[in-house]
Write a protein that binds this ligand. Sequence first.
Ligand code: GLY
Ligand code: MN
Length: 460
Amino acid sequence: MFSASTYQGRRSRLASDLGQGLILIAGNIDAAMNYRGNPYPFRQDSTFLYFGGPDKPGLAMTIDPATGRSTLYGDDLTLEDIVWVGAQPTLTEQARQAGFVEVRPMSKLSGDVQSAGDRLHYLPPYRGDSILRLATWTGRTVEKIQSGFSEALIHAVIGQRSIKSREEIEEMTWAVDLTGRMHVAVMREAEEGLHESDLASLVTGMCEAEEVVPAYGIILSKDGQTLHNHHHGNTLESGQLVLGDFGAESRMHYAGDITRTFPVDRHFTNKQREVYEVVLDAEMLAIEACKPGVAYRDIHLHAARIIANGLKDIGLMKGDCHEAVAAGAHALFFPHGLGHMIGLDVHDMEDLGENFVGYDNTVQRSDQFGLAYLRLARKLQPGFVLTVEPGIYFIPELIDQWKAEKKHADFINYSALEKYRTFGGIRIEDNVLITEKGYQILGDPIPKAVAEVEALRYIV
Ligand code: GLY
Ligand code: MN
């Protein structure tokens, strides 16, 4: 954990930002997998952690803006619990580490919360059990709980969590460095005849060895054209590309989120290298464009134009690149956003609402296919940490549909595209801190230039 004064400072800023009412931040409980005694691995709520909540199930905190008092609610283990799970630090000991002076049993929470009446501020619950617990504590219906969250609290939490402190950056750098070692290991070990699951287990094993877990479901496949592909059942064959998008979560739960793409063979084919260089250009030039005051939407569009231009050079797109991107034609190849905030969550604070996190009154979310998926669009500020992750994908089902509709036929060379149906996909992703003057890529460099990637590949 960070120091008690760090958490006290965060809670008092939250109290002064809200100014009135009672703030309730609930921790998570164990979620049953197939019966209650066999739960999914426990993951604490990120906002609860951020404000000093212990990393244990079944807790909640309140912050009273009028008095500045923070209270941790929970119960110590019973003797019977200790028989099964062993002795744990008492709640009072855990509270002290995060600077809480008051600890109350869980049975007191409902009365304390109900005495705040309509002045209660809580965040949108994203788990069914959280909705039910909030309904029980407040005496409100499930429907009321789902609609009655506090936008003022959302904005105040996003205001703090968006700007990473020096100690958070250190924690994130640790996650990215381990993530980088995982990627290098995968790039070294992959070879024809191995299963994708052999590589995925290498990733989980390296996390396990550091007593941490992956920050999100591992994407590691020769079918990189499927954006969130969690299937690891294929055998690697010569001529294929492998896309690996995975990251470690640090012990304090900060995420790393890195993508690399490499050939199953020792070298990229010319055709693979041509497309790879376009994605790499888009990634590096997009990173170079990162600085305070620039809207991330503009950097997304900049990357999209680099992709359109590169695909035009290859003969897959045609016409004016600015017009092609304005029309959304590039989204056949680059159908997702350039990146997202990252922190305690891999898509940081997405539970609070993507539009609250990534958009504001200066930039509205587009409904155009591709651009609509951009999670972060607003102006960058020093302290933001975000991903930069352009890609080029050949999705046969999407190509077939667009071709049949002659969609954007002025910008897409559908006949040349036929030779790319089984190409797969390429994405390259780094995690970037916005500094006062520009940017810093987090962690030790992870090989991504063609020669660096090929140097890691096995010798045949
Ligand atoms: N790493 C997966 C994603 O950013 O959606
Ligand atoms: Mn990502």
